[in-house]
Design a protein around this ligand. Structure first.
Ligand code: SF4
Length: 126
């Protein structure tokens, strides 16, 4: 009798692509290759898990100091998602940034932040 041993690991994610929040489980072999993805209601969940395992991306929202506005802080957002491991670099780049009103929604606050090819933009006018 031959017994085949499989050396696999599983990792479970909550898909955040839509509010349904499927629990999606990926099974990887010993080389780290994805063998199976299950629990996703639609293909977007499988894509999300593949990205999380290989190249996780995140959106970042924050605020910067504004002078002359109705509030002291201006909310900002990135023009697109960035690699998860660059979040702290961008937060450091935002630290100490000061702008002066008036600012229009969509104005670029930092161009090509941290050389990532992504801009920090104002998410409201003030
Ligand atoms: S797998 Fe599809 S249905 Fe489920 S949370 Fe993700 S996007 Fe929504």
């Amino acid at each position: 009798m031959v017994i085949y041993m499989t050396d696999t690991t599983t990792k479970t994610f909550t898909c955040i692509v839509c509010p349904r929040g499927c629990e999606v489980t990926a099974t990887m072999n010993s080389a780290g290759d994805i063998e199976k993805i299950e629990g996703n209601f639609c293909p977007r969940g499988a894509e999300y898990v593949k990205n999380e395992l290989t190249h996780p991306l995140r959106q970042l929202t924050s605020t910067v100091i504004i002078h002359g506005g109705i509030y002291n802080r201006l909310p900002v957002i990135l023009s697109s998602e960035i690699p998860k491991d660059k979040m702290m670099d961008v937060m450091k780049a935002l630290n100490g940034v000061e702008v002066t009103a008036p600012v229009s929604r969509g104005d670029i606050i930092i161009n090509n932040v941290c050389g990532l090819g992504v801009d920090v933009i104002a998410s409201r006018s003030m």
